[in-house]
Design a protein around this ligand. Structure first.
Ligand SMILES: Cc1cc2nc3c(=O)[nH]c(=O)nc-3n(C[C@H](O)[C@H](O)[C@H](O)COP(=O)(O)OP(=O)(O)OC[C@H]3O[C@@H](n4cnc5c(N)ncnc54)[C@H](O)[C@@H]3O)c2cc1C
Length: 386
């Protein structure tokens, strides 16, 4: 067992950290207050070389492993979880999924513009009445010659207002439950597709979240991802990777909160001493550090093993490990961010200090990519063998 990152991972972290310090951190509060994606950011992320981080090089990607993607997510999150979330929906939910599940012609057509940053990606699964119960989606696709005609609504879709390419889950056989799901690659220029509204959020402001509507939207049959009525395989293949990946956002949030809190504890003077001299503040910092380190071990282990499992590795028990990683880390980041606000006192409650933003942002990871409750169910089922 070797706890050191490879030289490549260290270099990647360094370059994303420098990028985030220069290009994101100075505008992080503005992104939050304006609730707008910063103009030119996708181009800058493309120049950094991370748009198709885990995509095969022959399709324009960087061919890196999932741990690399986690490192990028973590470093972006330390500056702005909003930028991290949207980049993750593009790079992981869309591009990584296509890299694993699309056929050669689909990869050749869709991946190069996604990897170069010319196109933005998203994933549309959740609906107004189907979240945790994802196999109960009602968006329906009916075959009509060489096309499918799609009708329905998707809810809470990250990058929904700006995406060019969406991995879209539909029902092609409503009577068949999970076995009636078909995944498509949707080109958002298709007739019958529209963004019905951009949603206003409590956190992750600036990362666009949207409701999408399909009214007799025609999708070519060649855009079926996987096979008709086999969308559940595409869906399941991405979930462990998605959970292992998004745990990295919580790590970034907790790291930022700890750093800000240590700095503040050294600077803020009360009773003639820096508040870091008080043992009750020291205990909070020690607990924050300990929880973060525990979270990192789980996060990096799950990332490495989820990657191996996705490449055909066996015996990794990855469902429960990925679920445990995001379960622990999401709740850990909320606790750590909450303590960071407490350490900052009244200033922590003010919008001009970033810790309250991290607290609002942290909460989403307990909900998105499957809630904490669903993650506990997954872990319990696997350890009980039921
Ligand atoms: C900002 C944001 C971005 C998102 N981005 C995307 C995206 O890009 N693409 C996408 O497809 N989706 C996206 N989502 C949707 C997200 O995945 C869902 O919100 C999530 O899966 C939960 O579904 P729900 O909101 O419908 O909650 P519900 O499923 O209605 O859950 C409500 C509550 O009931 C609990 N619950 C449900 N079932 C059970 C059960 N069996 N046992 C115990 N408790 C249960 C839940 O844990 C939760 O506490 C996003 C959501 C948000 C908020």
């Amino acid at each position: 067992m070797d706890f050191r990152f490879s030289d490549q991972h260290v270099m990647l972290r360094e370059s994303v950290r420098n990028f985030a310090a220069k290009e994101i951190r100075p505008i992080a509060e503005e992104i939050d207050s304006e609730d707008e994606w910063p103009e030119g950011m996708w181009g800058k992320l493309a120049d950094l070389g991370v748009m198709g981080i885990t995509v095969d090089e022959e399709y324009g990607g960087a061919g890196a492993d999932l741990l690399s993607a986690v490192i990028v997510l973590e470093e972006l999150s330390k500056a702005s979880p909003s930028i991290a979330l949207s980049w993750g929906a593009h790079a992981n939910l869309c591009c990584n999924n296509l890299n694993h599940n699309a056929n050669a012609a689909q990869k050749k057509k869709y991946l190069p513009p996604l990897c170069s940053g010319k196109h933005i990606g998203a994933l549309g699964l959740t609906e107004p009445n189907a979240g945790s119960d994802a196999v109960n989606i009602q968006t329906v696709a009916v075959r009509n010659g060489d096309h499918y005609v799609v009708n329905g609504t998707k809810m809470f879709i990250t990058n929904g207002t700006i995406a060019n390419t969406v991995i879209l889950y539909t029902k092609t056989d409503r009577a068949m439950g999970a076995k009636g799901i078909t995944a498509f690659i949707l080109d958002t220029a298709s007739r019958g597709f529209s963004v019905s509204r951009k949603l206003k959020k409590y956190g992750h402001r600036g990362s666009p979240t949207a409701e999408l509507v399909f009214e007799d939207c025609r999708i070519p049959a060649e855009n079926v991802l996987g096979a008709e009525n086999r969308g559940i395989n595409v869906l399941m293949s991405g979930l462990d990777v998605e959970r292992a990946f998004y745990a990295g956002e919580s790590i970034g949030i907790a790291e930022a909160c700890l750093e800000l809190s240590v700095k503040y504890a050294k600077e803020r003077v009360q009773f003639g001493k820096p508040i870091g001299a008080f043992q009750l503040i020291q205990a909070k910092l020690a607990d924050m550090y300990t929880q973060l380190e525990a979270g990192k071990m789980l996060c990096y282990k799950a990332a490495v093993l989820a990657d191996q499992a996705a490449r055909g590795g066996k015996g990794t028990e990855i469902h429960k490990l990925s679920a445990a990683s995001i379960l622990f880390n999401a709740e850990m980041a909320s606790r750590v961010a909450d303590q960071a606000v407490q350490i900052h006192g009244g200033y922590g409650y003010m919008l001009e200090y970033p810790v309250q933003r991290f607290l609002r942002d942290a909460k989403l990871i307990e909900i998105g990519a499957g809630t904490s409750e669903i993650r506990r169910l997954i872990i319990a089922r696997e350890i009980l063998g039921i």
